[in-house]
Structures are given as C-alpha cells and as structure tokens.
Design a protein around this ligand. Sequence first.
Ligand SMILES: Nc1nc2c(ncn2[C@@H]2O[C@H](COP(=O)(O)OP(=O)(O)OP(=O)(O)O)[C@@H](O)[C@H]2O)c(=O)[nH]1
Length: 898
Amino acid sequence: MSIGWLRCARRVVRRNVKTPRRLLSTVQPQQDALSKATRNIGIIAHIDAGKTTTTERMLYYSGVTRRIGNVDEGSTVTDFLPAERARGITIQSAAITFHWPPLPPSTQTPPPPPQLPASFDTVLRSSTSHNINLIDTPGHADFTFEVLRSLRVLDGAVCILDGVAGVEAQTEKVWTQAGHYHIPMIIFVNKLDRVGAAFSRTVKEIGVRLHGWPAVCQIPWWQGGNGDFVGVGDVVNLRGILWKVGGDGRDIQAFGLEELSKTDGKFAEEIKKARIALVEILSEHDDVMVEHFLEHDEDHLAISGIQIMQSLRRVVLQAPQKVIPVFAGASFRNIGVQPLLDAVVDLLPSPLERPDPEINISNQSSTLALLLNSAPTTKLPKSTKKQSTSQDRGLSIAEVKNLTACALAFKVVNDAKRGVLVYVRVYSGSIDRGATLYNTNLSVAERAPRLLKMYANDAVEVDSISTGQIGVITGLKHARTGDTLIVYRGLQMKGTPSGGLNTLQLRPITVPPPVFFTSIEPHSLSEQKHVQESLAILLREDPSLNLSIDEESGQTHLAGMGDLHLEIARDRLLIDFKAKARIGKIEIGYRETISSSMQDPYTYTLDKLVAGKQAKAAIAASVEPAAAAADTLVPPSHEEEEEEEEEDDDDSHPFETIYKLPDNNTLHIAHPNLSKHDSASHKSFIQPHLSLPGILHSIHSGASAALARGPFQGFPVSNTHVRIHLNAHAHLFPETTPTAMAMAVRAAVTHCLRAANEAAAPVLMEPVMNVTIFVNESSLGAVVQDISSSRGGQVLSLDGADSSSSTSRLDEDVLRVDPNLIYTPPDPFASGTGLMGDGPADSQRQIVARVPLKEMVGYLNQLRALTGGRGTFVMSVDGFERMASQRQKEVLDALREF
Ligand SMILES: Nc1nc2c(ncn2[C@@H]2O[C@H](COP(=O)(O)OP(=O)(O)OP(=O)(O)O)[C@@H](O)[C@H]2O)c(=O)[nH]1
C-alpha cells in the first residue's frame, strides 16, 4: 500500500473577510472554528539536534516551499539572518504559518477556515487541514531568554532529540521551562540514520531526565534488523512505514502486521510488543483507555488506532504532563516528518484548550478570563497562584467592557524589505487593520497600519488577527519584544485606558541580568545618528540587550547574556545595519558597589538651556549601601519576578514612593507635600504641565541612568539604596520640565555615588554562575578537580544516573521514573555508553557547581578535552558576589589593559 500523505477529503467554506468588531466575551463561530483548527507550536531542542532541518521538511511537505532547504548549504527558510546562515544555527525564532495536511495548491491565501467535523470520535483531527503557526526557537544557551520569550506564546511543542547524543543538558533546561508554562510536548528522536544512534537509550533518558513516562508511538526500522535506517514501526496503527531511500520523502509504503511478519517477522513482533507497552502506559493514566481495553477483551492489539490517538491526546493535555509520546525519524534522510506533523495536529492542543493566560494588572496577579468575566465595580479576582504584595484595594473594572483586544508582541524583527515587523499573539478579541493599540509597557498609543500573516518568506496582508492567532503588525514605531498591546474602545492617540487597564501585562517575564558587555564607538560624528538608530532597533528586537551611555565620555556600552549573544548583536549592527562603528572586545559585566553612606543629603540645582529652552529643577539625594546582609545579590526568582521594577504603592505611605530597581538597588522618594491619593491638593505646588506620576517617572529615569554607569569603573551600580527628597516648594519651578528633573536627579545621584567612593574604597562584584555539567563516570574526577581547583568553583552536588536533582529540578514533587520499567525496542548499534549504560564505568554523572563566570569563559573546549568530547553543560546567573581584594586587583589590572 502506498501512502500519499496528501489528504483530499477536505471541505472548505468561504471566509467572510470583514470581521465586525466585537466584545471579548462574544464567541464567534467562525473564529472559534479557526481557533479549533489552529496549532501554535514551537520546536525546542539542544543545538544541532536538527530543528532547522526538520522545519525545512515540514515546509516542503506542507507545500510552502518547492525545494528542501539545507542547513549545511545555508539555504534554509527559517534561519534567515545572514549571521544565522553563516553559522548554521538558529538565532532568532521565526514564526511561520503553514497548513497540515496541505491545502490544494489552488486554495486562496489566506485560506478560508476549515469546516471541522462535529466530533472527533471516529475521525482523526489530521484528516482536516489545520493552520499551524510554527515558532522555531534557538538552541544555544546564550539565547535561553529568546526561548523563554517564545515559549510564552506556544500552545504545544515538539522536542527534537539527537538519537546519538540523547537528552542533552540544554534540552533538559528548556523542557523544564516549558513545563512551567504547562506546554504539552511530544518528542521526535532524530538522526536515527547516524552511526551510534541509540533509540532505546534515548527513550530511557527521556524518562529519567525529562521526568515523564515515554509512550513509544513509533520504533525505528533498521533494514534486516541491523542495516540502514529505512522507516518506522507505527505502534498506533500497527504497521511498518517504509520511506524510499534517497527520495524526497514523499514516496512512502505501509505494510500491515500480517504482510510484515512474512518479510521481517522480528520487526512485526517488536511492533506488537511496543503496542502492548503503549496500551499499558496509557491505561495507567487514562481511565477511558482502561474501558477500551476491557471492551476489547483485554486484547492490546484489538484497540483501534483512533482510540489510541484519542487517549494519547488526553494524557498529553493533562497538567502536569506525565506521559510523553515519542516518535522516530531522520529528517535529513526525509524519514518520519509527515507522521510527526500528523501527531502535531492530533495530539497538541488548539488555543481554546489552553489554560487562561496569567496577567498582572495594577500590581495584582490574575488571569485574563477572570479579568474579562469580572462584573463591573467588583474587586479584581486574583489568581490563587501568587498573592500580590500590594494591598488588596480591589479595582473598579467597569472599563473592561472597553477592552476589545489583548495581544502580546512576542518578537520584533527588522526586515530589510518590510521594515520593522512586530509578531503578535492575540489572546482575546481581534486586532483589526488601522486599530489604535495601547502599549501598556511604554504607555503610548500607536496605530496598526498593516497586518500580515507570514508564510515562510511570503507575507500575506490580512484585515484582522483574531483570538489564538499569530500574525505580524508592520508600521509600529514603538512596540518592542515582550510588550503587551491592548485595543481600548474610543481611545485617543494621546489618551490612556482607565480602570488600571493601562497597566495590564500579559505573562510578564523577567529579563536576566546581562553579564557581558562591549563598547561601541561610531567612526565619526556623522555616523553617530545611524549607529544610534540601529542600536534602537536592536534593542526593540531583543530586550535582553542593555545599552548605557556615559554622559561625560559619550562612550556607549552594550551588555548581553553571553559572548555569542553580543557577537551576534555586533554582526547585526555592522553587517545587517551597515553601521560604521568600532566595537570593543567582549568583556565580563562586573558590578560596582559603594561601601560607605553619606551623612547629609546633597542638593543639586540644574539651571541651563535644554533643547534651546531655559530649564530649571532641583533635588536632594543621598546614597547608602543596601543592608550589609545583601552582599550577595540574587536575581529574582520566578515567583518574585512580578515585583521587580514595581512601584510599591502601599496606601499607608501616601507621601513616599519606593521602587525596586535592577541589581538589588532601591529608590526611595519622599514627597512630603504631595499625597499620592489627593491630586487635587497638588495644584498649589506644581505647575499644570506637571503631575506627580510624571515627576516620579522622571526621578526614576534619572536615578536609573546614574546607577547604570557607576563612577568607579563604569559598571552598573548594585546593592545601593538611593534616597530622594522632593520638596515641592524648593525644588519645582515654572521652568521645571520632566527632562530637567531627570537630569537633575541623575547629576545629584552621580555626585553622591562619587562622594561615597571617595569616603571608602568601592568594591567590584562578579557574576557567579550556577553550572550543571554532564560527564561520563570515567571523566568525573578530572572535571571535578578542574572546577574546584583550577577554576575556584564550589561543587554543590554530584548525582548519579538515577538522581534527578539538576539545578532546574530541585522540586520535591518531580516525577521520578524507573528506567527499568520503560519499554524500549532493542538497539542494534548501541555503543553502551551514556546515562543508561550497563556498568558503573559507563554511566553518566551530573555535577552541580557555582563558578565565577570569568572562569567559565571558553569552558566548553576544556570540558571536551577532559571528557573525550562527550561532556556538556548549561549555566545560568546565580548572583553577583563581592570579590576578594587580590582578585579585584587582578581584574582591574586586566581591565586597564582592555
Ligand atoms: N545524519 C543526520 N544529520 C542530520 C539530521 N538532521 C539534521 N542533521 C544535521 O545536523 C546538523 C544540525 O542540524 P540543524 O537542523 O541546523 O540543527 P538545529 O537544531 O536547527 O541547530 P540550531 O539552529 O543551531 O539550534 C546539520 O549538519 C544537519 O545536516 C538527520 O536526521 N541525520
């Protein structure tokens, strides 16, 4: 039997393109159908596992491309930046829409929504064409933040594993992060054509390291049991699927068990064994499967393929996910991709099946549906997950009826042809062309002139982007990656949505502190403008980059997550944007801190021409080290993240405002004549063109700018408490503008920091990383020795294969899976090494350590040398620590040379 993988029985209806505006709570059948037939999925994996190679096949089989792109030749669709193509790695996650099963070539674009069957009891979802929005995520550790950002908008994910390397460190990390968002996942074990491929070992590693029960849905088919990898055993439908060797993967044959038993009896038997194991594992987690099993007289093979798929779907959608469907293939050989696409449609959820997204509004955590469904003038319902730190004042949310759409800008890309593209995921309502979008992160409104749907390299203009959909807005001037965009009925361009909706944040995430930096110097004054504009776009694209400018020297510093992160930013700047600038060496981003307090506040008065106008403002400031106990500054945890950068709006102190700033700094503003809750009384103190929130914003900006570049070595200042005293009588003048106030505060705080440094020796702090290293038992001793002696690291734990206490998985309630209870088919070529090796000498060990970042630069090469190329590691910033004086001296000497 030949399989075409081109379903024909699809009926389509013509879409009414002009969608009327609607309230969020009104469900429109057409949009509902579109959502049901949509999969917003991502592909996550360790670097080089084959994400791009697999994506290229997906685009080819779905009819988006006419030829298969090749990573090694730099001709892929998804890796579209020159820097990506040159390095053969994915840096920016590209969002692409395609259909699976493919639509007939004559279908209009955008296609009409599909007509779905009333139920999927007797047909598979993959019998109807679905709209797949695919977000390709990067695998390199430096881009973890980019992965996190993409994860937020995914409804499901395919995790690709390299069948030779198994579960790698980075995969484990991203898997855990995806688990935080309860993203259902399926696994594709790729590269099974390679020498050393070990499907069985990989499946056991899935159980142990990804903490779930593998449900083996396909087993590899090696010709004659030990020859070339030619296809898969389809455990769900009890057949062998064979791909023609050397073809483009469209020529596929299927053999039922009976036929197969005549030609490859052992393989047919193995498929049966796998089916028994699959039914068993499903029965343990799905009661309906138990019923089917009993109905079929406990015959594992008698249960239909559709019933198995439905059961798999139910267990995949359970939160937390305990069962992980596993598929097999070799994308490079064009084997296994079509059934994987079927599984995406059949097993992963539509946007309508996802949990209600978390929001933050007026410093309170809740969920979007709770907000939208809350009755006017009631208190904002809080999610039970985290109680807000601010007082529960409740919100009058009558204004919610004006909220007609809510979306997350999850990615900004500067496209050479089309300008800046803002990728959005709409969570509620629909964004229509020409809508006024209010950006709640930047407090600005801007119009959405054009809306696009991205089909690989083609963009198709659309009239609206509806709930659950991913699309692109062009022509926005402000929106950055990560911003929340809302449509508020009747909003003027200069207006602000009321009822606290101007603070609505969808799934807020914390940007980790940057630990590397470089300097940027335009070649000439005339180049400065272009360099600055290019940097502004880079920062819109990637908010994990950080820019600071030294006012006196004019020197610009760009800081980022890793050296590769900054290398890519440099290439983008110089090659893609053609900016003419000198970029310095990439260095570690230390922090500096003060060790003495100021006795008296220092008052600074600014009185000068600013932009051609007389400007005047004064302010009193003082600085002190944060509590001595806070010598170690720890980045905010997942739970604390919403508090970062937040204003403490405690009602009991109407005359003071406290901000928590990055790097463990705090800003305390006393404003004795201005109550936060009585703006009417401000009239006698402040000019009509000013407001207390505006002044506070200026003070925040000025203090942040001063702290961004400390006076000691120009590093960001950390662990410092800034006190500001604003006396409305003495400090505000008719000529006071927000800019003048920010400049005065910056100057005052900078002066205070200098004075503190003169009074007592300032201190440098260095980033310390939490490092998890995976090595074979035989290299363990050498690696531990290297970490603890040569690199000055502190080994925190050593765990064997059966332990699951990696840094990311310290939770007690994590599922522990006994590898001996996992079904796997035999591995004909298993090398016997790795996590599941037989003898202790072969087993894989995990080392968790804290090591200064400086000692980790270039570590991969050393690790490879010590482990015969098999060791891998992941690391994340654990905090910043004071340096011993000798170490500080060495670093300062090295910096002087730099
Ligand atoms: N033998 C074999 N090689 C493969 C297979 N899939 C991918 N490769 C090769 O593995 C290398 C990495 O593949 P990519 O598709 O770029 O991997 P990636 O996961 O996208 O990597 P990043 O974009 O860097 O994260 C390339 O040389 C591919 O040709 C496979 O099924 N078999």
